[in-house]
Design a protein around this ligand. Structure first.
Ligand code: ADP
Ligand code: MG
Length: 372
């Protein structure tokens, strides 16, 4: 296969991208779109930036690509400061959300676009295009009209076009945003193995946590132009650093708590906490898996308020005798009915003490810092 593979023989991971205190302001808005962002991306790493709409994800990509100027801070690619470097000389590829293929060109014309811009020979272009179309699962599609392609096929062509100039950093803005769920889930798996095969360094942004977790080696969660947390998908999922991150991931069992020894006093009564949790006041998250059902006579009495079938399990909304409603995850076979009375016990491994300082600065070390 004539894939535009990066040299796989590279030594220990080196830093490809560094953002050093990058700040971007639009107009006179009080809140910067990017607020002193610090971020490193290693060569061959797949990093996904995750955050709600308006948190600064697209601005982040645009500033790295050179399409948006930073008001403060620096973008470094392979150690080189980029402030005077125009977009086409940065060696980065950016695939926009609305992939904007050229409708008047066929598939090959679209994929070869960047190659033509840099003056590759015709033979080289044809070879590269054929290899890339193989790679994205559209072999032989060179002469097809863009309008004849499905949404997923167009997405693949846009991806091949972005990969063609062999960018040292490939940036994807909501790459699968337009597609329906099934296709998205399939493509995300394909993309991950494709990037692994090519050794491509990828910085992708999405508002979809499932997509980010499936694609990324490392996830960066953004909140109002700042980095709220970074970590592996597992770290972020298991230990959201702040209430914002927890709620963004869909965890809603969050309450005020006071830790004393091995348990915390909460509106739901005593909740066990993981070993070595510091005493004192905090916000506490109980992941749904940590809300265990017991007989109505044991545990915290509660009534099943709602029951939602999730395919692999059932989500229960429980109204306890005291405190706010609780979400629980439960196997299909033993899910109680709405209105049934149950008891609740809490399991310490799924209890997370959230950072009291709600994910502000120094968040890149949040996971480690939470240990101390
Ligand atoms: P996201 O991609 O996470 O949805 P954006 O980076 O597009 O967020 O936007 C971040 C913030 O900056 C938002 O408040 C948005 O309204 C603002 N913004 C983005 N681009 C511009 C622009 N060209 N002019 C003015 N404000 C902008
Ligand atoms: Mg955006």
């Amino acid at each position: 296969m004539t894939a535009p593979a990066n040299s796989a023989a590279q030594g220990p991971a080196h830093r490809l991208l560094r953002l050093d205190g990058v700040t971007v302001r639009f107009g006179t808005s009080a809140r910067p779109a990017l607020d002193a962002v610090e971020l490193d991306v290693a060569a061959h790493e797949i990093v996904c930036v995750l955050g709600p709409s308006g948190s600064g994800k697209s601005t982040l990509l645009r500033v790295i690509a050179g399409l948006q100027q930073a008001d403060a801070g620096a973008v470094l690619l392979e150690g080189r400061e980029q402030s005077g470097v125009p977009p086409h000389r940065r060696g980065v590829g950016l695939m926009f959300q609305d992939h904007q293929l050229f409708p008047q060109r066929d598939v090959a014309g679209n994929v070869a676009f960047g190659l033509r811009m840099r003056g590759s020979s015709r033979a080289e272009r044809e070879r590269t295009v054929a290899g890339l179309l193989d790679l994205v699962g559209l072999p032989g599609a060179q002469r097809r009209a863009v309008a004849s392609l499905s949404g997923g096929e167009q997405q693949r062509v846009a991806l091949a076009r972005a990969l063609a100039p062999r960018p040292r950093l490939l940036m994807l803005d909501e790459p699968l945003g337009q597609l329906d769920r099934g296709l998205r889930e399939r493509l995300v798996v394909e993309l991950r193995s494709l990037f692994g095969e090519l050794g491509t360094t990828v910085l992708a942004v999405t508002h979809d946590q499932g997509e980010a977790f499936a694609l990324a080696d490392r996830v960066v969660v953004m909140q109002d132009g700042r980095i709220a947390q970074t970590g592996t998908p597992l770290e972020v999922w298991q230990r959201p650093a702040s209430e914002f991150v927890a709620r963004f991931l869909g965890f809603d069992n969050v309450v005020e708590a006071t830790v004393q020894g091995e348990a915390a006093a909460t509106p739901w009564g005593k909740v066990p906490v993981p070993e070595n949790t510091a005493n004192g006041h905090c916000r506490l998250l109980v992941r749904p898996a940590g809300v265990r059902l017991t007989s109505a006579a044991d545990g915290l009495p509660a009534t099943v308020a709602a029951r939602t079938f999730r395919g692999t399990h059932v989500t229960l909304l429980l109204q306890p005798a005291c405190g706010p409603q609780l979400e629980a995850a439960c196997a299909l076979s033993d899910a109680p009915e709405v209105g049934e009375r149950v008891g609740i016990a809490f399991a310490a491994p799924d209890v997370v003490v959230l950072d009291a300082a709600s994910g502000a600065s120094g968040a890149s070390g949040a996971v480690e810092a939470a240990e101390g």
